[in-house]
Write a protein that binds this ligand. Structure first.
Ligand code: AMP
Length: 429
């Protein structure tokens, strides 16, 4: 039976239509270019992963796993998830693909969709997109700074200005327990005042309380992790900030910054945008996660990474007035006046396509209707041809902006389009 309502997309997801894709393409391409400039190589990992990988790697305590996971049984009755983040998949692939046997660290990047079943709102979607960078197999604090510099360079090259970098160290398994105790001692008497979530996670994961938006008033007086760092962690953090200073990257040391995911050690950082507020203020973040590989059953391996939300980066490009206009689908459009000219039109299209993006209009309708549609596509040039012209192997080349029209032989067409494209390029600032 036919549905009574037209079928629409599910809640919290979006289509990115061609007109909206332009800034995405710019952001994605810049991400790849900058990552490769730093010597990072592209990796693709599956969108579906074993549920256990994410549950163990991200941690059962986190909202991402306990509340927001898209988890299902496949027809083979295996428990799978749609990946909510990229790191655990990349780490799994690093070992399964024997990248741990290659040069260290493995410098990797990936881009793609992530899934979290959260309450949708502006800047928060159930399917969103991340640019992920991971450097696996090197404990050097300088690599932490390198990852930060890569991310910073990317945001800068996109033209984003109102971004601040927040950095912190959250210690390691040696010094964090004492800090944890100090936090517990501070928060226990305040228990009744805390939000429901925080009351629950007070004993299991008190660091997360610093992350809570509702309990912000208590955060100010809470003990600071920076006062509890052991000597190696303190030194490592000093090395990270020294590298940032040398790279002239401005940052704020934010002792309240913790990461929502359990596997982080030492360096934690976030990029905030002035116009993002509340729970959605981060464009991206990352840190060192020396404990993750072991938690997944692989040999203990130091690593550091970063993930940015492309959705929010694109939103902030618009917010800062950085306009990226979608280019026309094709610069050149081939049009025929009359029927039976598809083969000739295809041939002309093939010649033009050697030089510029070219589409051929094969629809059966009047020339007038085709011209109207050509106008709407934004094509710069139209190549017009009727049966007589096709017989002589010529087209009328029309420049849409000026309506100027000249006859060009098919054999000359490539050169003619090239000249015009070059002339246009030279005119541009
Ligand atoms: P996280 O893995 O939670 O640290 O997220 C890293 C970045 O991904 C965030 O700073 C956001 O920019 C982006 N992000 C996370 N969750 C969402 C979401 N539901 N919708 C859009 N972007 C998100």
């Amino acid at each position: 039976m036919a549905p009574t309502e037209p079928i629409r997309a599910t809640r919290g997801v979006r289509d990115l239509l061609p007109a909206a894709r332009a800034p995405w393409q710019v952001a994605e391409r810049a991400a790849a270019v900058v990552a490769e400039r730093f010597g990072y190589q592209e990796i693709e990992t599956p969108i579906i992963e074993p549920a256990e990988l994410v549950e163990r790697g991200v941690g059962d305590e986190t909202d991402v796993v306990s509340k927001e996971l898209y988890k299902f049984q496949d027809p083979g009755r295996r428990w799978l998830v749609l990946r909510p983040e990229g790191t655990v998949g990349v780490v799994r692939a690093y070992f399964e693909g024997n990248l741990n046997q290659g040069p260290q660290p493995a410098r990797l990047y990936t881009q793609g969709p992530m899934f979290r079943h959260d309450r949708p709102q502006a800047g928060r979607y159930r399917q969103f997109y991340q640019f992920d960078v991971e450097a696996i197999g090197d404990p050097s604090p300088a690599v932490d700074a390198e990852v930060i510099e890569l991310a910073w360079t990317w945001l800068r090259e996109l033209g984003l200005g109102r971004v601040s970098l927040q950095v912190n160290s959250i210690g390691d398994r040696n010094c964090r327990p004492a800090y944890r105790e100090a936090l517990l001692a501070y928060y226990r008497p305040l228990r009744a005042d805390l939000c429901q979530d925080c009351q629950r996670r007070l004993e299991s994961n008190p660091l997360r309380l610093l992350d809570c938006k509702e309990d912000a008033p208590h955060r100010e007086a809470a003990p600071k992790i920076t006062d509890y760092l052991c000597e190696p962690c303190r030194l490592a953090f000093a090395q990270v900030t020294a590298q940032l200073d040398a790279a002239e990257i401005p940052y704020t040391v934010n002792p309240r910054l913790v990461r929502g995911l359990d596997y982080y050690t030492r360096t934690a950082f976030e990029f905030w945008h002035e116009s993002l507020s509340g729970a959605q203020n981060a464009l991206g973040g990352g840190g060192r996660y020396d404990g993750l590989a072991e938690a997944l059953g692989w040999p203990a391996t130091p690593a550091v990474g970063f993930a940015a939300g492309l959705d929010r980066v694109v939103l902030m490009l618009a917010e800062e007035g950085i306009e990226i206009v979608a280019p026309p689908a094709a610069e050149v459009l081939v049009l025929t006046d009359g029927e039976g000219l598809d083969v000739a039109a295809g041939r002309v299209g093939r010649v033009a396509r050697e030089v510029l993006p070219t589409a051929v209009d094969y629809t059966v309708r009047s020339l007038k209707a085709k011209m109207r549609s050509a106008n709407r596509t934004g094509a710069r040039w139209v190549l017009l041809m009727n049966a007589e012209e096709a017989g002589r192997q010529v087209v009328q080349l029309k420049e849409m902006a000026s309506s100027e029209q000249v006859e060009v032989a098919w054999s000359e067409l490539g050169q003619e389009l090239e000249n015009r494209a070059l002339a246009l390029e030279e005119m541009q600032p």
